[in-house]
Design a protein around this ligand. Sequence first.
Ligand SMILES: [Zn+2]
Length: 318
Amino acid sequence: MSEQEYRVGNVAALPGTKAMGYLEVPGTLVRMPMTVVNGTEPGPTVLVTGGVHGGEYPGIEAAIRLAAELEPEKLRGRVTVIHLVSPLAFHARQQYVVPEDGRNPNRQFPGMALGTVTERMAHTIMSEVVPQVNAWVDLHGGDIHEALVPFTIFSDSAAPAVQAKSKAMAEVYGIEYVVARNSVAGGTYGAAASAGVPCILTEAGQVGQLDEANTQIHLRGCRNVLKHLGLLAGDLEPVKPIKLLAEFPWVRAEQSGCWYPAVRVGEYVTAGQSIGAVKDYFGNLLQEYHAPASGVVLFAVTSLAMNQDDPLLAVGVA
Ligand SMILES: [Zn+2]
């Protein structure tokens, strides 16, 4: 074995080569399809993850295509692409959670070696992959029952240098709305911040659809990040300046029932404005909901089915 071999789990690539395989999660049935690309010249190591949520298809498709198009002989540095972090949720067509333990993967990082299935998935990524990387792009979108306008999140709790690098990645990714926030407990970008790794979580795509426009948003973003970090040659594709949002309040359902949204994603709402109602199965009003702040609706749940404590929508506040 060469000293310059790049190994992630059981998958290893010599300089100038690319290897495909699976990142195995010990003690579970989870095998994450993965491509490891080792360039001909030394440079940074970048991780791209798709399908942390199994129903967010444009991010998964972008990861598949990025892995296929990367040419090791044209790469300076190394890239690991995990095409699909949650294959069990993907095949169950399950929103938010991994069916085996009912856990949301984006609430389980950094995970546990001897934890539940999802905790072990998070731990495997954090222990096998992340210690070797200099930057991480985590591809998401609206879930199967969520409408969404694209936005990017990075952690504002990372060390200043890590935060600055994350923001610079968000600026070249090409999504206009950017939220700098403390990570939700157990989120990928918060775990990255704790590990000192610059990271952006990018959201494009919605309502269980694979569409080309959102796939291209993710692909252009990944290519621009790799050029920005010096792994790929060539000019960055020009993108609009970001609009950094100051706050990102979520509204959650206080009861289960039927959800009737009154606003759409991308719409500007004014604080206190009605945003929809939850009714019971007989059509009786249980609660009307109001915008927590003035701003643009970044995502909104579209399903009639609503569960207590689930998000209804979120507002990006300038
Ligand atoms: Zn997601």
